[in-house]
Design a protein around this ligand. Sequence first.
Ligand code: CDP
Ligand code: ZN
Length: 164
Amino acid sequence: MSEMIRIGQGFDAHRFCEASDDRPLVIGGVVIPHDRGLLAHSDGDVAIHALCDALLGAAGLPDIGHFFPDTDQRYKGVDSTELLAKVVAELEEAGWQIENVDLTIIAQAPKISPWITDMKKSLADLLRVSSMAVGVKATTSEGMGFTGRAEGIATLAVALLTRN
Ligand code: CDP
Ligand code: ZN
């Protein structure tokens, strides 16, 4: 049988909470020192959410909200690495192999680059691929739009899957 190759894309955005809310900022499974975390039903890991949707999209499966509804109390405050692990298990069950993924984190602040090596390692472990198969970049939006005003953080992701 010939090899199937499938691409998927994902996007997510979350608003910053108030500094007084005292939520940690978690991106790509890494806790980043910052005065504000992201508001969400889960831990608000915007990078993992975009990545889950890219993976699910490539497999032609429904999105993250279908698998983990934000109305479900089981997922309140959930560590998003658990959601990604479940998505990876779902793909494996369907016979898909992850070839590579690539993420762009759009944030005016904080500075993401010091944490990129840790994020790649954390994501590669969860995806069970080499760090070389995980791209993570960060950019500002040059002060424009909601990310530019530091109202929140957005992430774009793509994923490539194969199946024999
Ligand atoms: O237009 P360009 O993306 O080059 O410029 P920028 O948005 O000012 O970002 C410059 C560099 O800062 C990026 O290449 C990232 O390596 C880094 N960066 C970061 O570490 N954390 C952010 N929140 C935004 C940018
Ligand atoms: Zn999200």
